[in-house]
Design a protein around this ligand. Structure first.
Ligand SMILES: Nc1ncnc2c1ncn2[C@@H]1O[C@H](COP(=O)(O)OP(=O)(O)OP(=O)(O)O)[C@@H](O)[C@H]1O
Ligand SMILES: [Mg+2]
Length: 492
């Protein structure tokens, strides 16, 4: 959320803005309003007048035709990341807030989480702050911007059926529809429509599932049957080559403009293919995919690479109580790290009621500390707190770290790090069979924090613990390699 300007709100002393020089309502007015009152907040052309690009204007034309009675009631714009979705939403929101000649205009921004909703509000506020004429017209609160002269407001609402009742919006924007559920969309669309003209607009990258509201709307839009439904989809041709830059351009109208081609090139090398197709090429690829393509892990096997006693390593520990596997994975601390299995304990083939031999696990940990120069033991704490406590006492608090593998903010970057190292062949492994199986079982699930690994829900027996352990050990090893203790500077 943007920071509210705290304290009581001073009365607005500036006279109401006079927009009579602008063209009549419709896309031409929006274009003129943006040029005259809005500035690019950051990036290419920062602080310069906000010029809607030709393709952006085409969208605005479709949404706000000059003939008011030809305006669509609903719209869906599917665009890959970084093509100014949030910025466009903010421009439309500001236009409707200030200059749409509607008294007490109500502009609502709906988002699945506060952070997402905050994006549009923050972008809008950023633009307001760049123009003193707009700035002196508004009162800013944490969840809304109000124009007291006209009674108009721009407000953020949570994607919650209850919160969406009882409004009368002129414009309702859903930023990132792919995370919105069917009942929320239902509530969103029934909230609007009381006014002579109102628009519910969703702007989004594709969802990961065809069991989503977005997919239903995409199908509806593609059918082209309903003139009151505006639909525009930017996507690369299905099945195009990942490196086909002409296909990138089809999906990314801002490419080479405010979306940098170098950044796309870098991502095409390091982002997983399904994520690249979905987020960067606007394609529907579904979620059914394993983390690594077939053969990729095996190609990195280097069983001949031994880890000598005394080598600097990091250990990753993922323990279970009975069901899953308990694993201890090592990773060397060097430019091209080597991942190796230290030990794994598995209920498979064991009698019913089998429990992990905790003492045996502890002695394996102890042996690893004796064999190698262990910089760190990173442990998932679930079910093993007392052992971890014991290890910390034995090997030093500084060397024993809790690493909660269910914490996505931590796990997603770690997963990404190993993924990139694998793609760029900057890591090897000992060809351990358990590790190999677990890596091949791992599916990637895309979360707002990034990809994380999960097992196939329908095949619960397919374990992935060793893959998780490898992700943790590798991430911490990279951390130790890149943050070598600095030599203290001499000082007098
Ligand atoms: N017409 C324009 N002129 C200049 N810059 C623009 C224009 N339209 C958008 N931008 C800029 O493009 C940048 C990226 O836009 P934005 O964050 O809105 O993209 P997005 O599609 O919402 O991305 P994401 O998918 O990551 O949410 C912003 O800095 C924005 O100001
Ligand atoms: Mg955005």
């Amino acid at each position: 959320m943007p920071p509210a300007r705290p304290g009581p709100k001073a009365p607005i002393t500036a006279p109401p803005l006079d927009f009579s020089d602008l063209p009549p309502r419709g896309w031409k007015r929006i274009d003129a309003f943006a040029k005259e009152y809005l500035k690019v907040p950051k990036g290419v052309g920062a602080k310069e007048p906000f010029r809607l690009r030709r393709w952006q204007l085409d969208i605005v034309k479709g949404l706000f035709p000059q003939r008011v009675n030809a305006r669509p009631r609903q719209g869906l714009l599917s665009l890959p990341r970084g093509n100014g979705k949030t910025a466009l939403a903010a421009v439309l929101a500001l236009y409707c807030l200030f200059a749409d000649e509607v008294h007490a205009a109500q502009v609502l921004v709906v988002a699945s989480d506060e952070r997402q909703a905050g994006h549009v509000l923050r972008a809008a506020l950023g633009m307001i702050e760049l123009d003193p004429r707009l700035d002196e017209q508004v009162h800013v609160y944490t969840d809304r911007i109000v124009v007291p002269h006209t009674g108009s407001e721009l407000r953020v609402l949570p994607a919650d059926v209850g919160a969406l009742q009882g409004w009368d919006p002129t414009l309702m924007i859903v930023d990132e529809l792919h995370v919105v559920t069917a009942d929320v969309w239902e509530a969103v669309s029934s909230a609007s429509g009381k006014r002579e003209s109102s628009l519910t607009l969703a702007i989004s990258t594709p969802s990961d599932s065809i069991e989503s509201v977005m997919w239903k709307l995409v199908e509806y839009g593609r059918s082209g049957e309903d003139p009151s439904f505006y639909f525009r989809e930017y996507a690369a041709p299905a099945g195009c080559d990942l490196t086909d830059e002409a296909a990138w351009k089809i999906a990314n109208p801002a490419l080479g403009d405010f979306l940098q081609i170098d950044a796309m090139r870098a991502m095409s090398r390091t982002v997983r293919e399904p994520a690249f197709r979905r987020y960067r090429l606007g394609q529907w690829v579904g979620s059914e995919d394993t983390w690594l393509k077939f053969g990729v892990w095996d190609a990195l096997a280097a069983p001949e690479r031994t880890v000598e006693p005394g080598t600097k390593v990091v250990l990753g520990f993922d323990g279970s109580v009975s069901g899953d596997s308990t694993v201890l994975v090592g990773c060397t601390v060097e430019a091209n790290p080597h991942v190796f299995m230290v030990g794994s304990w598995n209920s498979e083939g064991q009698p019913d009621g089998w429990q992990v031999p905790r003492a045996e696990v502890s002695s394996a940990v102890r042996k690893a500390f004796a064999d190698y120069d262990v910089l760190e033991l990173a442990c998932d704490p679930w079910g093993w707190r007392s052992e971890i406590q014991g290890w910390a006492e034995e090997f030093g608090e500084k060397r024993v770290l809790e690493f909660d593998t269910s914490f996505r903010k931590r796990m997603a970057p770690a997963t990404d790090l190993l993924y990139q190292a694998i793609q760029e062949k900057r890591v090897s492994h000992d060809a351990d069979a358990v590790l190999r199986a677990h890596v091949s079982n791992a599916q990637a699930v895309t979360t707002p924090q990034g990809d994380v690994l999960q097992k196939d829900e329908r095949k619960r027996k397919r374990r992935i613990d060793a893959a998780i352990g490898a992700v943790v050990a590798h991430a911490r090893a990279v951390h130790h390699f890149t943050n070598k203790p600095r030599r203290r500077a001499l000082s007098w």
